[in-house]
Design a protein around this ligand. Sequence first.
Ligand SMILES: [Zn+2]
Length: 435
Amino acid sequence: MSGTRLLLKGGRLVDPVAGRDGEFDLLVEDGRVARVGKLLPADGAEVFEVKRGWIVAPGLIDIHVHLREPGQEHKETIASGVRAAVAGGFTAVACMPNTDPVNDHPGITELIMRRAAAAALARVYPIGAVSIGSKGEQMAELGAQKAAGCVAFTDDGRPVASALLMRRALEYAGMLGVPIVNHCEDPSLKGDGVAHEGLVASRLGLRGIPGVAESIMVDRDVALAELTGGPYHVCHMSAYQSLRAVRAAKDRGMTNVSCEVAPHHFVLTDEALEAPVRYDTNLKMNPPLRGTADRDAMLDGIADGTVDVIATDHAPHHADEKLVEFDNAPFGIVGLETCVPLVFERLVHTGRITLARAIALLSANPARVFRLPGGTLAPDAAADITVLAPDAPVTIRAAALASKSKNTPFDGWQLRGGVAATIVGGRIVYRNEGL
Ligand SMILES: [Zn+2]
């Protein structure tokens, strides 16, 4: 955006990395942060009036998003996915490789990056597959994939079941300086389960997935991360035992271990499967909604710093695919446009975490864990900015989502906390005209 100038005037600027929290104006020049200061002169710049009570934050980054293109464009395209991203306040997303074909090859990485550039909204960082076809057998060419633009590697949707493959991947990851991200789930314990193993699943007659199906692989991976020193990140953590494992690793000084939690896992429990609607397939996700002890552990980990990142696991599915029996429905819900209100309502307004911690979980930390640019509004940083309206009343309307798919369990929920505007590279790419 050469030659453009934008002045964000007013509001409270919160930048945990720069240690700034207060009333500041922010001047953008040529797509970068030029100045942060009190009462900056406009000098011909376009002025964005930040209303009283609004927050100017470093652009939010979601490191766990399924964009579905190539191969499943009826669920989401890169273009519709980045529209949903910016509507949800995200200036950047990292997209999972379980497309069709799987992103295990530089040609696919390049295609994703080209489509993302054409859509020109949020930044898109492709994640490559750990193994060819995500089959868990032969390692993909991680070096070539990284050179093509991949920022991390995962077989998400599936675990890396082979400990040897995981070990080798972590060794390569250490050399390449990119994290290995694992969807932790022991296949023999998960079996053909569809819901959290517990009383609710028993009452509903659903096959259970125990929490240890996840944590047993987290334990294994932490041991391999210790052995190899490679950067290791746990996807969408859901079980209290997994949190305990990550906390223990961090307590003994393992800085190469990190983890993320999705909003549905700190907002909902498996009890939602019983009321108000039984067997709602928009509550079927993997890992499943777990018990109260698990949900509370996620909240504790978010508050005490064990959890590094809030990531949505945005998993669009077409309405027809979810309109089937619970057993047969695909796993996953959309998350990009419901994340900010859920974080405000359940974490910030309840006083569980500070606003600065919320912004770190959604911006600075994802940038650090994936070694991405962004996460700060220090001078010369890219002008990726999210303007938040913490007290704005928000009613989630599935039908109004920008995402191509509407599979959310939060339809009709009334929350407090919205996105006023999203700015990428100094350009306003989303503005909530209703605020
Ligand atoms: Zn997953």
